[in-house]
Design a protein. Structure first.
Length: 247
């Protein structure tokens, strides 16, 4: 492109003065490649157990939020953007925890996770008393037809966190009808019968990085969850080709 611009007539260069100047002034600089933002398995575990024990001060603050909730301004998805560390695991935080767990253990794209159906979730036993979750998903391939596959959230802190969300979902009128993820109320263990939208889903990685105290929350995107999924798969013995499918 640079060679073509250097040899084009002046009339052509005059048509693209800014582009010509920019390309001519381009110089290659040997800079270290910026490392892609990602989450470790420990990060996901820390999020799963965060806010599980409410403090008395947090409960009191939650009561204040409940009384003043009618005066708050909601976003397009029925939720406010302001985050307050009141120490409680409310619906707002539970839906985001569950979304992170599904995205990581399923290796899902953001749109795939948003489109999950509540009826495709079931509890499974591991044979030794542990309960995990199995979820069926339609994976959208760039080439070929969509494929229905299953993945599991293993027993332990991960399954417990997802279970708390799913219990809240089942206690919501009409909650298990339609999509899996619903909007959550702040300061209350309650969900709204309103779908968790794609805009809030795109914000979730930045939200997670913020609550975990990451230095660069804005650098975390939905692809960070898929990189974490690939790391989990590699630790579980997956091949390079299988891991590459998650990236």
């Amino acid at each position: 492109v640079i060679l073509l611009l250097n040899h084009t007539p002046n009339t052509q260069q005059h048509r693209f003065p800014r582009l010509t100047k920019k390309l001519k002034g381009f110089e290659s600089v040997d800079e270290p490649a910026k490392q892609a933002a990602t989450f470790t398995v420990e990060d996901v575990r820390d999020l799963a157990v965060k806010w599980t024990e409410a403090k008395k001060a947090g409960k009191a603050k939650a009561d204040d939020i409940n009384h003043s909730s009618s005066a708050s301004t909601d976003s397009d998805d029925g939720e406010t953007d302001e985050e307050t560390d009141d120490g409680i695991e409310c619906g707002y935080r539970l839906v985001r925890k569950a979304f992170v767990l599904v995205s990581v253990f399923g290796g899902l794209r953001t749109a795939e996770a948003v489109d999950l159906d509540a009826k495709d979730v079931k509890g499974v036993h591991d044979g030794v008393g542990g309960v995990g979750w199995e979820i069926e998903v339609v994976r959208k391939k760039q080439k070929g037809l969509p494929q229905r596959t299953r993945f599991r959230i293993p027993p332990g802190v991960f399954a417990d966190a997802f279970g708390r969300y799913y219990t809240l979902l089942r206690n919501t009128p009409g909650g298990t009808e339609g999509r899996l993820f619903k909007c959550g109320a702040k300061g209350e263990a309650r969900l709204r019968n309103q779908n968790f939208g794609i805009n809030e889903a795109y914000k979730t990685p930045r939200w997670m990085a913020g609550v975990l105290g990451k230095d660069n929350p804005d650098d975390h995107t939905g692809h960070a969850f898929r990189r974490t999924a690939a790391s989990l798969a590699a630790e579980g013995g997956a091949t390079v080709q299988e891991c590459s499918m998650l990236l």
